[in-house]
Design a protein around this ligand. Sequence first.
Ligand SMILES: CC(C)CCC[C@@H](C)[C@H]1CC[C@H]2[C@@H]3CC=C4C[C@@H](O[C@@H]5O[C@H](CO)[C@@H](O)[C@H](O)[C@H]5O)CC[C@]4(C)[C@H]3CC[C@]12C
Length: 856
Amino acid sequence: MAMADAGPLMRRYEGAARGRGVAAAGWRLCLAHRFEERRQPYCASDVPLADVLRHVGLGLRYFRWWYKKTRLEKKYPFIDLLSAIPLQQIYGCPLGGIGGGTITRGWRGEFCRWQLNPGIYHYETVIADQFTVCLRRKGQTVYQQVLSVEKPSTLQGWNWGYCGRYAFYHALYPRAWTVYELPGQNVVLTCRQVSPVIPHDYQDSSLPVGVFIWEVENGNDEDVDVSIMFSLQNGTGTKEDKRGGHWNEPFTFEKEGKQVAGVLLHHCTEVNPFTLAISAREKAGTGVTHFTAFNPTGSGKEVWQDLLQDGRLDSPAGRSTPTEKGEVVAAAVCASCTVPARGHRTLKLALAWDMPCVHFGSKEKLHLRRYTRYFSSKGDAAPALSHYALTRYEEWEKKIDAWQKPILENSHLPPWYKSALFNELYFLTDGGTIWVELPPDCCAEDVQGPAGAGLSQLLPVLREYGRFAYLEGQEYRMYNTYDVHFYASFALIMLWPKLQISLQYDIAVTVVNEDVQPRQYLMRGQTAQVKLKNVVPHDIGEPDDEPWQRVNAYLIHDTASWKDLNLKFVLQVYRDYYLTHDSLYLRDMWPVCQAVMESELKFDTDNDGLIENGGFADQTYDAWVVTGASAYCGGLWLAAVCMMCKMADVLGDGETLRKYTAILQKGKEAFERLLWNGKYYNYDSSESVTSSSIMSDQCAGQWFLGACGLGQGQFEVFPKSHVVSALKTIFEKNVMGFAGGTMGAVNGMTPDGVPDTSSIQSNEVWIGVVYALAATMIQEGLVQEGFHTAEGCYRTVWERLGMAFQTPEAYCEKKVFRSLAYMRPLSIWSMQLALESRASQAPAPTEPTQANSLNP
Ligand SMILES: CC(C)CCC[C@@H](C)[C@H]1CC[C@H]2[C@@H]3CC=C4C[C@@H](O[C@@H]5O[C@H](CO)[C@@H](O)[C@H](O)[C@H]5O)CC[C@]4(C)[C@H]3CC[C@]12C
């Protein structure tokens, strides 16, 4: 019987179980689901001839650079255009907190995406990493099954091929549930996976752990003995697993009368060695046993038979011998209890990984992960981490509930939105994220460089909250790509504001410093220095080098002449101040804002109060040329000028206030004159064929103004009627006029309703831009339109294309996508900010029953 609320993803479900404590909202699918459409990454053969001709120079320069990087220097390139990651429609919630590495499980239960070395991903499903259930009645094993639908060629002695039609997966990040009906057994298992991702928590949120709470429901009239065995390979499925020298050992850890037991798997690599720990909570009525070492490439019979015999493992004492070269080793831990007739019991297991000190690719500096503030940094913390996770997860869940509940219980919000909002957050942990401590002996000079002395709170902030960085995308390996973080930053400032503040301090330091090293830029072939003083960098470096130390890994364009980066800094500074009221931050950032605005003013070449783009792709749309005044950069500019006025006012800087008030006055007039066409703002003022393109992101400036309570009344920058008309035009053309209104908004649309194919990126949908656009619509009262716009992206990515937990930067209407697991979609949190601020502005209800004003 199918479930009453089953959507298309649950079509194959034949079970009746609903599981125990499964959230109502989220992303749910049957383990037997198959996605019908399978897309390909964008590659050279997809490039239209005109673009091939336009980009031949780039292609050749890139290839030369790529060859040197990968073949001679043996490094990962920051973007590997020659080998995009193929789409695997398998991913579910990642395990782990922020910045300690992540291990992603698939929705079918596999352990399949690994990021233990910071920023570097391995996409290997490790087949030995499984949960197995054993049921016994009256002292006899009656059922033993690996809870996996796989039928692998290794571990042939195990009973594989669980029927996926009797199970479903439900994700609501940072938790996920898998509900298994055990055919013929009248037993239902619900595995709840919990990671410590807790807003406003800067301690437990950093822990490299995940907990699996197994709820066992016995529908029989007799007791059943249940064991859950957790097996894990020593490693991540790469060739390193076979290098030799790895070993396992059992452990128990007791504190405050609570005990956990399990196995440590020491992975002894030269660089970034780590220890994995599988464990379970041991208490009256729950026994924990283990199997220290087995060969996961063999039949696995020794483990299977051991469990089959009595529902327990042998539990030998002592460590295993270190592996020989070529040999792989695995371990298992098993938790067992008796579930009374018609009763229910819980078994608690955990996975922890301890890689406290990390080197990036350059191996120049040793970094201590954030969690070493609370746990040992000697590589021996895995037992304590396991114990902490297994004894604290209930508190984590309470906090997660308290945070999520008001949103989940708001019946005015559509279910898809609740899923999108929480599940897109996965990228904050699984974006190659790293969160490190400042070394205790670190002096000001080390952090601020030769020129960062004016930042009074730099050291206190970094000492207290550490340093945070996440990748632009799992395929675009640049940390804190700033033009993109602009969109994603809403998630950080709303949920972990101190990390956003810390990140901003890091950017501020790079602004005031420079890197005079010359290099060639690939798009146009010119040579220029890596980083100019008083401009915002594109990124703070790449994982295969030394981030923070060497910035601007991106060398497609010289971003010193990009028009959006400096503005995005100013906009974020004020937005952060508006949301946190942190006036020390504002004071520190003010001179930096002034400096970058001075640099930006040079782009107003005709002195009309409005900056001009340079006739190349000089902003986040880095393959879409802009010439002259533009809706996107011009709009960001005016918003930033407005915020400069606001900040000058707050700080009592009259001279600067006067200066930017005058610029704003002139600039607004120029913007309207040069770009407003009666319905929307033109793409640019160059009067080329594509000047009149309708850009979905044309109201980005208004988006940020609205998020900061500006953009209207005294602080109106763009006439309200123009903003609303532009948004309605985008909705009509870019949303409803594209793919039947079901795929979000295409970046560029010609006025006659055909997507703008003048560049690769104008013809794409950028999911993060669409969520930002939806937020802008909500801010301006076009709430239904906003939800409809965003829904198209969610349904396309999560339900149709099978890209859960890897939302890409972009897709086209047909066939292709670009850059999986990308930062920008975190902008969905700006929708939430817009909704919350609408709710707080709504007039107090006159009737007592008006429950909630978040009414889409
Ligand atoms: C001569 C060949 C046969 C054909 C060559 C065509 C190629 C040169 C182009 C085909 C696809 C282009 C790339 C598309 C995307 C890119 C991403 C960009 O990096 C980041 O992109 C974000 C936008 O998505 C941006 O906001 C971030 O700041 C960037 O960090 C870099 C350019 C490019 C790689 C682009 C380059 C040209 C093609 C490879």
